[in-house]
Write a protein that binds this ligand. Structure first.
Ligand code: NAD
Ligand code: IPM
Ligand code: MN
Length: 363
């Protein structure tokens, strides 16, 4: 039987609540498949600042490096919001992405038929949406040189947006590979009418495109893409873009589907290693209430089964189970019509686990 070690980083806010349920799902997978998971817990973010004095303890990195994959809840919260950069939870997240070489962030956004009414947009616009935002995750504005200084005219601050050709090439190749397995349509998003880094990006995309003649390529400016995502999202299949554009566009895309509590992500290095986390944050406004939607984290665990462990069948079973439960009208508060009909974090996960058993029996 196969054995995989998973580093689990519950993090802050609703992080531990949704992680607990994703672990239950993985334990259910252990019962259904010939596999054993070893869960290694570690701290990242605000909880690590409080316990270890740093958002990314060395021990956490070492555990992650020794494991086959990492499952993360979310980090951050008001308690640490006024801290200097090196003592911010978000710095720990950026640090672990960089240290583990997780440059390819896959963020699917899909609309299930039974969820159409949850979206703020018109039914005809969102029905059938199925797209993938591929975000460069370890370069660009987030990792360039930062400066802050005083002048006689007041303070000045700057963040450098820098990309090396090899950083663009590897993410773009990955995106073409993903597009090839999806709808064979790739939209590369940049701001090449203004930014030099975008002009280099476009040049690299055009060069790599020669190796993928079967994938239809389009370049689009980021402002126009943001607009088109709301006007007619079904024109998109796979989108590839730099770090900050991808951060913003993936949150925008999540709203096409109703709730950010639904959407998973995979942050991949070369090879099979990856870190898996929901797209949403630590949701301080609902933390501790037991009402967070665990779906995004459970689907992130499914992405881990697929991309890091090659367990396609189990991954599909988790996805099918989620669809089944949503189809039957079970809703957490973020996607429910009324508070009265909403189920808790735990109830949602329990239903998904029960549905997984049914899916396996049928298959
Ligand atoms: P957020 O995603 O935490 O919350 C935005 C809104 O969505 C809130 O109203 C929240 O209640 C709701 N929401 C989020 N996840 C939900 C879920 N699973 N179920 C139901 N509702 C959900 O974004 P924010 O409020 O901008 O950020 C809060 C903190 O999280 C900040 O400290 C931020 O830096 C951090 N953050 C962390 C990550 C991460 O760890 N990957 C990502 C984004 C934000
Ligand atoms: C995300 C988050 C992070 C990011 C923050 C918390 C550093 O918004 O994962 O999308 O901007 O990458
Ligand atoms: Mn974000």
């Amino acid at each position: 039987s196969q054995t995989f070690t998973i580093t689990v980083l519950p993090g802050d806010g609703i992080g531990p609540e949704v992680i607990e349920q994703a672990i239950h799902v993985l334990k259910a997978v252990e019962k259904l498949e010939d596999v054993t998971f070893t869960f290694e817990y570690a701290r990242l973010g605000g909880c690590a600042i409080d316990e270890d004095g740093t958002p990314l303890p060395e021990e956490t990195l070492e555990k992650a490096r020794r494991s086959d994959a990492v499952l993360l809840g979310a980090v951050g919260g008001p308690k640490w919001d006024n801290n200097p950069a090196h003592l911010r939870p978000e710095t720990g997240l950026l640090g672990i992405r960089k240290a583990l070489g997780l440059y390819a962030n896959l963020r699917p956004a899909f609309m299930l038929d039974c969820m159409v009414e949850v979206s703020a947009l018109k039914e005809e616009v969102v029905r059938g949406v199925d797209l993938m935002v591929i975000r460069e995750l370890t370069g660009g504005l987030y990792f360039g040189e930062k400066k802050r200084y005083k002048t006689e005219n007041g303070e000045v601050a700057s963040d450098e947006l820098i990309y090396h050709e090899y950083e663009i090439e590897r993410i773009v190749r990955r995106a073409f590979e993903v597009a090839r397995l999806r709808g064979k349509k790739l939209t590369s998003v940049d701001k090449a009418n203004v930014l030099e880094s975008s002009r280099l990006w476009r040049k690299v995309v055009d060069r790599v495109a020669h190796d993928y003649p079967d994938v239809e390529l389009r370049h689009q400016l980021v402002d126009s893409c943001a607009m088109e995502l709301l006007r007619w999202p079904k024109q998109f299949d796979t989108i590839v873009t730099e770090n900050m554009f991808g951060d913003i566009l993936s949150d925008e895309a999540s709203m096409l589907t109703g709730s950010i509590g639904m959407l998973p992500s995979a942050s991949l290095a070369d090879g099979n290693f990856g870190l898996y986390e929901p797209v949403h944050g630590s949701a301080p406004d609902i933390a501790g209430k037991g009402i967070a939607n665990p779906t995004a984290t459970i689907l992130s665990a499914a992405m881990m089964l697929k991309y890091s462990f090659g367990m396609e069948r189990a991954a599909n079973a988790v996805e099918k189970a989620v669809h089944k439960v949503l189809n039957s009208g079970v809703r957490t508060a973020d996607i429910a019509k009324s508070k009265e009909e909403a189920v808790s974090t735990k109830e949602m996960a329990d239903k998904i686990i029960a549905a997984m058993h049914e899916v396996y029996v049928q298959a």
